[in-house]
Every structure is written in structure tokens, then in C-alpha cells.
Design a protein around this ligand. Sequence first.
Ligand SMILES: [Zn+2]
Ligand SMILES: [Zn+2]
Length: 213
Amino acid sequence: MKFCFLCGKKTEKLINGYCEECYNKKFHLIKVPKEIIIVKCSKCDRIKEKNKWKDIEIDEFLKNKIEILGKNVEIKIEKNDILKIYAKGFLKDSKKIKEEIHEVKFKIEYEICPLCSKKYRNYYEAIIQIRGNITSDDINSIDDIVLMKKGFYRIEKVKGGYDLFISNKYLAEKIANFLRKKYKTEIKRSYKLVTSKEGKDIYKNIILVRISD
Ligand SMILES: [Zn+2]
Ligand SMILES: [Zn+2]
């Protein structure tokens, strides 16, 4: 007769020094990180996994994050504000079925993958025509605003100022607002009609920001 070194129970069979019950309490079927961050491309929905952009579903990505320690482990994942991972199976040296629930914090962050940023480089919803002088610090601030909102833009030096081609209209308003707060400006808005292939009317916003010296 042997004794479990944790609970002291007499048993015929010890697993690593534990009775089957304690062994099942002590060890887990799966190992999961405390927090999972999913980086997704906001344009094509691909997911970044180990620094590579992949065409995988979120569930598959999550499954890849789970390390299986037991045998015949079935996994079910429930996504709400938090992830609930249900595991059912056997520990390596046990014949007793075990069930576990693991709670994991998770967050989705959006980026634009290199493929999409290449593809959309010429894409824009709004143009800001800045007329007057701005500084390189201003351009840095504009970079920050665009980055923070996961957008992108192209800048062109033109006579009397700059033209900014901006990925989204909302972002363009943010930038115009930034300039309006910093300088004495005159702002005019207009729209350019671009008809798409499907015959749907699409407008591009044009914001003229004239900066007085
Ligand atoms: Zn025990
Ligand atoms: Zn993409």
C-alpha cells in the first residue's frame, strides 16, 4: 500500500507520487497564455501570427496558442469579452476523464498588412490642400494622428503648400482640426464626384486649409 504525498490517501496506484485525484487536480490538460492579442489587417482580415500574415480564422489562431498537455483533449472556445476555453480529456497517466475551464483575456488590434498598404497606397477618401507654411513638426504630428487611427496617407509638395491624400474622411477632419487649432486658418470644404465602375456615385472630400502668416 502506498500513500499520496499530498492528501495522504492510501492507494495501490500513485502517479508521480500523487493519488489519481490529486494528480488530476494538480496538472492541467492544456496550457494557455494569460492574455492573447490578435493583430488583424483592417482591410483583408488576415491575422498576424509569429510575424507572418496568414489567412486563418480567429478560432484557428486561438487553437494554435493552446498547448496540449493531456491525451485525447477536446477543446471548445467561447468568445465574449473574455475567452473561455473548455478542455476535456485525460492526463497522460490517468484514466479518469477531466474537464477544465480556462479564462483568457483577449484583444483584437487592427493594422494594415504590407500587402494591403501596397495595394491601397493610391487609395484615398479625402484630400487636404494645405496652402501656407507648415513645419516638419506639423508633419510629424500628422503622421502620429494617422498612425493612431490605423490609417495611411500620401503627401505631395505642390506650389504654395502640400496636398495630403488621406485614407479616410474622418481622419481628414482630425488633421484639419489639428491645423485649425494651431494656426489662424480659413477652411473650405468641397466634394469631388467620382463615379465608380458599378455606376454608384462616390464623393471624395476636399478640404482646403489656408494658413495665414
Ligand atoms: Zn491525493
Ligand atoms: Zn491586408
